[in-house]
Ligand binder design. Structure first.
Ligand code: ZN
Length: 388
């Protein structure tokens, strides 16, 4: 079995090794080495990527006790290779994994729960716990977690004997009886003790920052999204940039954007209600003015589907013929509504759809849809077809 250099030194990103075997796989080759610094996928931590000489390593997994490096090209057994782990990616994964241990240690002891799921995904790290946790309570844990980061205490890794394990309190995702071989305990003194196969930072200060992003009810407990280290800082910066844009657009202080958005929303709601009253009045007046006029064609600009439908419906009940309403909505096309009491307008709608790359239909006496083209041409077409 390959020597696992990532356990001896998780900060070793370059190493020399010999290829022991190279086997074809579905989309490339799997290479086994006599020693490796590449971490294979496991324990919620994704696999490393990097290079063996100039050949990219796209995935690493452990199978049958061997660590398999997946490469797009073969490397002959016996070849001496220089391995390079993608350092930035690994450092990020270590920050995420270590941040998760600090957070989970505190969450499990504070809320007396278990961590029942963990995965370092992109963009967020996802962790599940088996009790409900309120966001406000979680923020208190976030404070404590960041205090633990600032304390900058060393992270300890040890392999206790079976007797020691019996006496120890530690978190594990598996039953003790299901764990085989020496059990690797990762300890964040005062914060967390957990059986873990992943790679960790040397001191808590390297985690930099721990930020919870969301907390949603999930299978009787919660699913938390979180970030640590540089990823957390990038996230906070992205949120700040968004808030800055809102602040500039609404001329509100950056700490008062939520109140400004609420005011705007309320104002828009008031305007919508006022507009609905005025529109209803206008429709009623139009229907009265066109009473007995026979077939009519009305062209509007940017009228909503609902308003165009209401206008056509009201006028067709008074005019005594066909009422056609066209609403020119620019890039969104031309909305049309055609209505006639007791009429059958389906053939006209079909002809319109065919002539103006449109779609739509409806009941015999009322059809609606969207067309594309010049509104004047649509108007002429309807007048000719319907004899308006
Ligand atoms: Zn772990």
């Amino acid at each position: 079995m390959a020597k696992r250099l990532y356990y001896q030194d998780p900060y070793l990103f370059e190493f020399d090794a010999e290829v022991l075997a190279c086997e074809p796989e579905k989309d490339g080759f799997s290479v086994t080495l006599d020693r490796t610094a590449f971490y294979p996928e496991g324990g919620g931590q994704p696999a490393d990527r990097g290079w063996l000489n100039e050949v990219p390593v796209t995935f690493v997994k452990e199978a049958d006790g061997e660590i398999r490096h997946f490469c797009p090209r073969p490397i002959a057994p016996g070849t001496a290779v220089h391995g390079r782990v993608d350092e930035a990616r690994r450092l990020d994964l270590m920050q995420q994994h270590s941040g998760e241990h600090i957070a989970s240690g505190l969450i499990c002891s504070t809320f007396h729960c278990d961590n029942v799921g963990f995965h370092i995904s992109d963009p967020f790290v996802i962790i599940d716990y088996n009790v409900p946790i309120a966001w406000e309570d979680l923020l208190k844990v976030e404070d404590a977690a960041n205090r633990a980061v600032r304390a900058n205490t060393p992270v300890l890794v040890h392999y206790p004997s079976e007797e020691e394990l019996q006496r120890m309190e530690f978190r594990t995702k598996k039953d003790l009886k299901d764990l085989s071989g020496a059990i690797r305990i990762v300890e964040y003194p005062g914060t967390d003790v957990c059986a873990c196969c992943g790679t960790h930072v040397r001191v808590t200060g390297e985690v930099g920052l721990i930020k919870f992003v969301s907390c949603q009810a999930h299978r009787g407990g919660v699913r938390i999204e979180m970030l640590s280290g540089e990823r957390a800082l990038r996230y906070v910066n992205a949120i700040q940039a968004q808030n800055h844009q809102v602040s500039v657009t609404l001329s509100a202080k950056e700490t008062e954007t939520a109140a400004a958005v609420l005011r705007l929303k309320k104002e828009a709601q008031g305007l919508r209600e006022r507009l609905a009253v005025l529109e209803t009045r206008a429709i009623e007046e139009k229907a009265a003015a066109l009473a007995g006029r026979g077939s009519v064609l009305l062209v509007e600009e940017n009228m909503s589907v609902d308003s165009a439908r209401r206008l056509a419906d009201a006028v067709m009940q008074t005019c005594g013929g066909i009422c056609a309403v066209l609403s020119d909505c620019g890039e969104d096309g031309i909305r049309y509504c055609l209505g006639q009491e007791g009429g059958d307008l389906r053939a006209l709608a079909k002809a319109l759809n065919e002539a103006f790359a449109g779609r739509g239909g409806g009941k015999p006496h009322f059809v609606q849809g969207t067309l594309h083209g010049d509104v004047k041409a649509v108007e002429r077409f309807i007048r000719e077809q319907a004899g308006l």
